[in-house]
Design a protein around this ligand. Structure first.
Ligand SMILES: Cc1cc2nc3c(=O)[nH]c(=O)nc-3n(C[C@H](O)[C@H](O)[C@H](O)COP(=O)(O)OP(=O)(O)OC[C@H]3O[C@@H](n4cnc5c(N)ncnc54)[C@H](O)[C@@H]3O)c2cc1C
Length: 378
């Protein structure tokens, strides 16, 4: 009986075709969901994090005040009132509470911890796959921002983090390895150690960096030092080199990391001692990259900048090609907000292509969302 119900609910999910599917619940995605509702269109927002505005939670320093900045030459009002940061500049936590109240008032349909993997077109609709589900929609809006964490480039389920870890408690009871030598890695190490310490968990947090020196600012170093003095189980691995993954006898993907210098035993044989962690216990904080790689994967047309064409982007950079309504070359797929900042290529009404300035601001992401939804014909 239970199995039947489960099958039925999966079929229901498969059968629903949303008018608009939005990827990312930041300012752009939330504004798009709201405006879709105002227009009487069904919508779903897929957010890879655990919370609304996860991108902002992950990238703003704690307590940072949010500015309602409006770019020069734009209307002096936000396109969606309820999403405007107040002029008195409130801290980010308070702003997120304001937005949470707004989304529940307007009954936005958001699914958390759903990271999209692929978008395909079949029978006139788009099929969007996440790790957990498959969704169908008539139109897709890419609102995933600009902060895409770099991959380790090794197979397995290592987590990649841009700035802050949003599922800290999942690592309780697991010896964890954080890789990376900057502030993001240091913040994750300190946060994880604190969570474990407060839960009475004695498993270690290993922090490995390929170089001997870590590059972190004074405040981050102070927080980390405090955590160590309070009894955090942090072990530092300087000059630690991650090697290609291995699979153990139970079929678990693992990451092998070694510190000792390689000894060339003879000819082309090397020996080194190291440690091996289950890949699912590894967190990589190895920088971020722009969304160009994702656009390529989705077969969205990008134009390479040359000195004559681009003023904002540098020579050789790839810029997404969009219509004035922010539609990509794949009809029905749109891109908005941080994902197309600080500039993109616009196809103008006379067919000419020009670099278009696009400041990465909350205001701009919201305005883009309204432009797209208002221009969509279903
Ligand atoms: C430190 C800092 C301070 C800033 N201060 C201000 C300020 O005071 N005022 C201002 O106007 N602007 C400020 N900005 C800029 C502003 O935050 C951005 O312009 C805005 O967040 C862009 O909104 P967005 O919706 O396009 O992207 P984001 O806010 O980045 O939202 C994208 C969302 O998509 C999700 N996502 C990513 N990948 C996937 C995936 N594969 N599947 C599903 N979901 C995914 C992310 O988790 C995130 O929640 C600041 C930026 C930074 C970094």
């Amino acid at each position: 009986m239970q199995e039947k119900t489960r099958r039925k609910s999966k079929e229901d999910k498969m059968a629903a075709v949303y008018d608009i599917l939005i990827i990312g619940a930041g300012p752009g995605g939330v504004a798009a969901g709201y405006e879709a509702g105002q227009k009487g269109c069904s919508h779903i927002i897929l957010e890879k994090g655990k919370r609304l505005f996860q991108g902002i939670i992950n990238s703003y320093p704690k307590g940072k005040k949010v500015y309602p900045t409006i770019p020069k030459g734009e209307d002096k009002v936000f396109s969606v009132d309820g999403l405007m940061p107040p002029v008195e500049r409130i801290p980010v936590g308070k702003y997120i509470k304001q937005v949470e109240a707004f989304t529940s008032l307007h009954k936005l349909n958001i699914r958390y911890q759903e990271s999209y993997r692929n978008i395909q077109k079949s029978n006139g609709d788009f099929t969007v796959e996440t790790e957990k589900n498959t969704y169908r929609a008539k139109k897709v809006i890419l609102a995933f921002g600009s902060n895409i964490p770099n991959d380790l480039g090794i197979y397995g389920e290592a987590k990649t983090v841009a700035r802050r870890l949003d599922n800290v408690s999942d690592y309780i009871g697991r010896t964890t390895l954080i890789i990376g030598g900057g502030n993001a890695a240091a913040d994750v190490v300190a946060a994880l150690s604190k969570e474990k310490r407060e839960a009475g968990d004695t498993t270690h947090v290993y922090w490995g960096h390929i170089r001997k020196q870590f590059k972190i600012n004074k405040n981050t170093a102070r927080d980390l030092g405090e955590e160590i003095l309070l009894g955090g189980q942090i072990k530092i691995l300087q000059g630690a080199i991650p090697k290609i993954g291995e699979v153990d006898s139970e079929g678990i993907d693992r990451l092998y990391i070694h510190q000792s210098p390689e000894i060339q035993a003879r000819d082309d044989v090397f020996m080194y001692q190291g440690m091996s962690f289950p890949m699912k216990n590894v967190i990589a904080c190895v920088g971020t990259h722009g969304p160009s790689e994702i656009f390529n994967r989705l077969n969205l047309q990008q134009i390479t900048c040359t000195g004559n064409i681009c003023k904002i982007a540098r020579e050789g950079e790839q810029l997404l090609l969009l219509t004035t309504g922010l539609e990509t070359n794949r009809k029905g797929i749109y891109a908005i907000g941080g994902s197309i900042s600080p500039s993109y290529m616009e196809v103008q009404s006379d067919g000419a292509i020009k670099e278009k300035k696009h400041p990465n601001l909350i205001y701009t992401a919201i305005k883009d969302a309204i432009t797209v939804i208002d221009g969509i014909e279903l």
